[in-house]
Design a protein around this ligand. Sequence first.
Ligand code: SF4
Length: 312
Amino acid sequence: MFRLNHHWFNSYRFSFSTNGINYNSDKVQEFISKNKAHLSIGITIDGTKTKHDLNRIWKGEGERGSYEDVVRNIPLWLSQFPGAGTKVTISSDDIPYICESVLHLYSLGIHEVNINCVFENVWKDGDDMKFQEQLLKLADAIIDGCLYEDNTCSFFNEQIGKPLDRILFNQNWCGAGKMLAIDAQGIFYPCTRFAQYSLRDKKAWEIGNIKDGINKNRLRPFLRLDRCTQSKQECIDCEVASGCAWCQGENYDTAESPTVYERSTAICKMHKARVRANNYYWNKLYRKLELEGITREDAEKHVKKSNVQEPC
Ligand code: SF4
């Protein structure tokens, strides 16, 4: 585009997700100052030190977590990208730390917390009730402390927990098959979750490479993917289906045969717990606003809402 003097030349954006360890290094800072107008950078910090260090540990250094190495870079990051959000992932062992972690991230100045449960089948009996308990505690803290005015937590979303029309709301959850993931060797995948390093039991699903381009034949199975073609009847008819996500790569990995048409539902009871906590959150919030004389129509002005639909 530069050679063609095309007017699109300056229209591009690099979007990074990083663990933030090297954020303050000279190399990274030089790159940021040179490209700032074209950058979106998200640093992944999982919450309190206990929660973050449960999963994010240095390779080859025993059990040393990376919390301290990341948190020192948060003020610099927020000064350069005010309003930036983070992405938190929840697995079974993390559940007890959800409430304190979200509040901790708010206290660091991160106002947008995108958070979701992993799609893998890691959940133990009773995890859904513990999860619900944490979300209710978090709902109380956000509402009683008026934190909803400046902060968002993607666990609370008014659109989730409703039945879905099988024709009007039948799209696939993500863009797998309609986007391109490329690894360091130049091999193409429908998403990074189809690369060998992301898979436990299946072979990588390659769809081409930088020399030969895209092999459209390898992409054909993705063309007919939608909610109904890959879900069991129970999910199609589910009363709380909206917001119940799936991961195409995880579906492929857990399927009985090498197919993308078998939806994994390991997240089912966690989604139902989230829906119950959501009902509590929005009921409590609207009642509080009503007592303050704020109508539902005006609530938008008083409640910050996330720009992100649902993290995956
Ligand atoms: S996984 Fe469970 S909650 Fe989600 S749509 Fe299926 S039945 Fe409903």
